[in-house]
Design a protein around this ligand. Structure first.
Ligand SMILES: *Cc1c(COP(=O)(O)O)cnc(C)c1O
Length: 458
């Protein structure tokens, strides 16, 4: 095996990392992960780190999990890949059956792909083509939200709402209707931390309804991240908004697309965020946790109504013209099946509740820190917003890289984190123990204290 020094040198010479200013990257030595054990990552420098963001929000049961490993190896001894284009495979069939069983009632068909962005592209194209089959081909626009994140491909970016990611590519994006929610967000959150804010819900619904009215008959669908927007800064929607939005979508005869790429697989405390408000969307996207954080796999689920609209004679060209080479990969599907089996065997969702309660209690302490503004959480996902002065609502300028600095400090104390600008994201594997969670939160608390004190000379 290569020694650590060579690995570091080759990383810098040959790799281009995602969402990374490589000039900064080259100035420091990277942590190179070699192994995993449960919630710990073990690096080539010999250090052990708590995986505070579940390896980019994907890991569910911990790393190097014996049963997931066995499921993968068992499938590997049969076949690694075969195509769903013209043929089928066993794990893809079994998983589709299981996904239909565990998703909200009414979602009966599964279309596979490899990642969250493609799951969203598929949802958008499916909705778009659906309306053509329904002889409403003027429905071409999607309503989407401020601060939304649906992935980095062109279609997914087009329905995104994070300007810093998307403006560079502005002229490539297709036209949609962006609903503004950002300016009311913080006010509402401060007013009522329980997330029950009737006036915010009304404000947002009015904005959506205005968009629907202004573009009457032209809206193909409304896409959102249910309950919590992830990459936009871990922004929790007021309780009840999702339900009301789904009612509104029905009233205006348009489709609701729930992007559960982050929220799916137990992250919010239930299997799906939509379950909290008893909502069945017309289309649901899942990816990150689907294969337990082991392999790239995504699925876009939809209703019989949408599926049936694509049925017809071959010559009618009603086929859904979309597909990826690795669609329904047997290895990934086999791991996903075992992922769900573990949820069921271990009754993980009920076992998770005390962990979430503990997480909430401990996070309350963070508000006492002088440079912590909002602390937002939903299930086992949280955002701790660092602020120059929370009382005057003054953020740290992004150039100061306070979020990055705190994460570096946390690394020195044994935890791996990644910030969203000045919001620290805490999203451990669901199987984290209470004592591991305490360790993680202690590290984060101390790291915030150390960095913000130093920076301001308090
Ligand atoms: C991560 C994410 C995506 C994109 O998934 P990729 O696998 O990175 O393409 C889409 N939607 C949401 C809500 C996400 O969190």
């Amino acid at each position: 095996m290569l020694d650590n020094e060579t690995l570091v040198a080759w990383d810098k010479r040959y790799l281009w990392h995602p969402f990374t200013q490589m000039q900064d990257w080259l100035a420091e030595d990277p942590v190179i992960i070699e192994r995993g054990e449960g919630c710990y990552l073990i690096a080539t420098d010999g250090n052990r780190y708590l995986d505070g963001t579940a390896s980019m929000w994907t890991n569910v049961h911990g790393h190097n999990h014996p049963q997931l490993n066995t499921a993968l190896k068992t499938q590997l001894d049969k076949i690694a890949h075969t195509t769903l284009l013209g043929y089928s495979n066993i794990p893809a069939i079994q998983l589709a059956q299981k996904l239909v069983e565990i998703t909200p009632a009414g979602l009966n068909k599964v279309f596979y792909s490899d990642n969250g962005s493609t799951a969203v592209e598929i949802a958008l194209k499916m909705a778009y083509q659906y309306w053509q089959h329904k002889a409403e081909s003027q429905r071409k626009l999607f309503i989407h939200f401020d601060k939304a994140y649906h992935g980095d491909t062109i279609g997914a970016m087009s329905v995104g709402g994070i300007d810093s990611f998307h403006t560079t590519f502005g002229s490539l994006l297709f036209k949609g209707v962006r609903v503004s929610t950002a300016e009311t967000y913080h006010a509402s959150h401060r007013a009522d931390t329980s997330g029950n804010n009737a006036s915010t819900i009304i404000h947002w619904l009015n904005a959506v309804e205005a968009a629907l009215a202004e573009n009457a008959g032209q809206i193909a669908g409304i896409i959102l991240e249910p309950l919590i927007q992830g990459a936009g800064g871990m922004l929790v929607a007021p309780k009840g908004f999702l339900k009301e939005l789904s009612t509104l979508a029905k009233q205006w005869d348009t489709l609701l697309i729930a992007d559960e790429v982050m929220t799916g697989f137990g992250r919010t405390g239930k299997m799906w965020a939509c379950e909290h408000e008893d909502v069945t969307p017309d289309i649901l996207c899942t990816a990150k946790g689907l294969a337990a954080g082991y392999l790239p796999l995504a699925a876009t689920l939809t209703t019989d109504d949408i599926y049936n609209a694509f049925l017809g004679e071959y010559r009618d060209l009603k086929t859904f013209f979309h597909g990826h080479t690795f669609t329904g990969n047997p290895l990934a599907c086999a791991v996903a099946l075992e992922n769900i089996a573990i949820f069921e065997r271990e009754n993980l969702l009920s076992r998770l509740q005390p962990t979430i309660d503990h997480f909430r209690n401990r996070l309350q302490d963070f508000s006492a820190l002088p440079h912590v503004g909002d602390v937002r959480m939903c299930g086992l996902a949280a955002g701790v917003e660092l602020m120059k002065n929370p009382h005057t609502n003054t953020p740290y300028p992004f150039q100061e890289k306070v979020g990055i600095r705190v994460c570096k400090e946390a690394l020195a104390h044994g935890a791996i984190l990644r910030p969203l600008v000045n919001t620290l994201v805490l999203m451990p594997p669901l199987q984290i123990t209470i004592s591991e969670l305490d360790t993680l939160l202690d590290i984060v608390y101390t790291s915030i204290e150390n960095v913000t004190k130093k920076r301001t000379g308090l």
